[in-house]
Design a protein around this ligand. Structure first.
Ligand SMILES: *Cc1c(COP(=O)(O)O)cnc(C)c1O
Length: 368
C-alpha cells in the first residue's frame, strides 16, 4: 500500500500547463501573472486591496511595519502557532506577549488578551489554528476599545468565514500563506489584504527594496524594503488553485465528517473543535491521551504507511524564546495541547477508504 502523507497539494493539469506557458513566455519574475492573481484575490475578498508576497512570513512582517510596529511596542499573540507568527514580531524589533489559548478552540483566549494588555500594547496578532477563525467579534471589540491594530495571521484560514463572509473580506490587516501545505498553494507565497488607511504603492515599495520608479526610467529609494516579491511562476499556480478553493474546502469537510464518524471514542483521543460552518478544515488534529508517547505513536503510524505531523509545540518553550525568559508553566493550555497534538492525513485528493485506513491504524497502535 502506498504511503499516505498528512497533506499533499492538488495541482491540476491545466495549472501545470499554465506554469509551462509562463516559463515559455520569457517572463518568470513578478509580472502579469502576479497582477492577475492579486486581482483575483481582491475579487474574492470583496474588492479589498491585496498584494502578493513570496511567503506568508514576509506578509506578516510587512503588515507589522505598515502598522508602524517597532522597538518598544508589544504585540499580543498566541503561543500555539507556527513560530513565524512570533518571529516576525522579533524581526521588527518589537516584543511578543503571549496570551494562552482557549482549549476548546485552541485559538487565543480573548479574556486572556485583556489581562495581557499594557500601555505598550500596539497590536493583536490572532491566528486561526487549523483554519478555525479566532473570534473576530471579541478581538475587534478589544482592539477598538484600546486603539490597537490587528494583524490577522490567517495563514491557515483561506476559504474560512466569519458570519458568512470570507476571512479576509473584513478586518484590519489580513495575512495569508500559500506554502505547499496550505489549503491553496503557490509552492511558496503569501498575500496581504490591506486596510483602507494604507497606500498599496507604499506596501509595494516595502516588498521590493523600497524602490520608487520614475516615469523617465529613473528611480529613487526612500525607505528600506525587502526582497519579498512573488514570481509569475508561483502566481500561475495560484491562479489555477483559486477557482478550486470551494471544491477543496467541501472535500475536506466530507473527509473530516468521516473522521468524526469513524474514530472510536473509547481510544481516549480528544477530538478537535467540531466546526463545519466557519472553518476551512485546514488540518484534522486530535490530541493523544494524556501521558502518551507521541514519538512512538508517529513512528508506529509511519510503519503502517501513514504520515502524522505535529502542528505545533508551544513556541515559547523553543530555546530562542526561553532565552527571552519564557518557561514551562507560563501557558499551560498551549503546553498541554502542544505536547499531545497530532495532525492526521487530510487533503482533497484523499479517498474515502483512506479515512478507514487511518482509523484502523490508530486503533491498532493505541490499543497496544
Ligand atoms: C504557514 C504559516 C505561516 C508562515 O507562512 P510561510 O508562507 O511558510 O512563510 C505563518 N503563520 C502560520 C500560522 C502559518 O501556518
Amino acid at each position: 500500500m502506498s504511503f499516505l502523507p498528512f497533506t499533499r497539494p492538488t495541482i491540476g493539469e491545466e495549472t501545470i500547463a499554465g506554469v509551462a506557458d509562463v516559463l515559455r513566455s520569457g517572463w518568470s519574475t513578478s509580472g502579469p501573472q502576479v497582477n492577475a492573481f492579486e486581482a483575483a484575490l481582491s475579487d474574492y475578498f470583496g474588492g479589498r486591496p491585496v498584494r502578493a508576497f513570496n511567503s506568508g512570513t514576509a506578509t506578516l512582517e510587512v503588515a507589522l511595519r505598515l502598522a508602524g510596529i517597532g522597538p518598544g511596542d508589544e504585540v499580543i499573540t498566541t503561543p500555539l502557532t507556527w513560530v513565524a507568527t512570533a518571529n516576525v514580531i522579533l524581526e521588527v524589533g518589537a516584543t511578543p506577549v503571549f496570551a494562552d489559548i482557549d482549549p476548546a478552540t485552541r485559538n487565543i483566549d480573548p479574556a486572556r488578551i485583556e489581562a495581557a494588555l499594557t500601555p505598550r500594547t500596539k497590536a493583536l496578532m490572532p491566528v486561526d489554528l487549523a483554519g478555525l477563525p479566532a473570534d473576530r467579534d471579541r478581538l475587534y471589540t478589544i482592539a477598538t476599545a484600546h486603539k490597537l491594530r490587528v494583524v490577522e495571521d490567517a495563514a491557515q484560514s483561506l476559504g474560512a468565514s466569519w458570519h458568512g463572509k470570507p476571512i479576509g473580506s473584513c478586518g484590519d490587516f489580513v495575512s495569508f500563506s500559500f506554502h505547499a501545505n496550505k489549503n491553496l498553494t503557490t509552492g511558496e507565497g503569501g498575500a496581504l489584504v490591506l486596510p483602507a488607511d494604507v497606500d498599496p504603492a507604499y506596501c509595494e515599495r516595502l516588498r521590493l527594496q523600497g524602490v520608487k520608479r520614475a516615469a523617465d526610467g529613473g528611480m529613487d529609494v526612500d525607505v528600506l524594503g525587502g526582497k519579498w516579491n512573488l514570481t509569475d511562476i508561483a502566481a500561475a499556480i495560484g491562479l489555477g488553485q483559486l477557482p478550486r478553493l470551494a471544491e477543496f474546502t467541501a472535500r475536506r469537510r466530507d473527509l473530516v465528517r468521516a473522521y468524526f464518524e469513524h474514530i472510536d471514542p473509547a481510544l481516549g483521543l480528544t477530538l478537535p473543535p467540531r466546526d463545519f460552518e466557519n472553518s476551512n478544515l485546514h488540518m484534522f488534529q486530535p490530541l493523544l491521551p494524556p501521558g502518551s508517547d507521541r514519538g512512538a505513536f508517529i513512528a508506529a503510524m509511519k510503519e503502517r504507511g501513514i504520515g502524522v505531523g505535529v502542528h505545533y509545540p508551544a513556541l515559547h518553550l523553543f530555546s530562542l524564546y526561553r532565552k527571552l525568559g519564557f518557561k514551562d508553566g507560563d501557558f499551560p493550555h498551549a503546553e498541554d495541547v502542544g505536547r499531545r497534538i497530532v495532525t492526521l492525513p487530510l487533503f482533497p485528493a484523499m479517498a474515502d477508504g483512506d479515512i478507514d485506513r487511518v482509523c484502523a491504524a490508530i486503533e491498532e497502535v493505541l490499543s497496544h
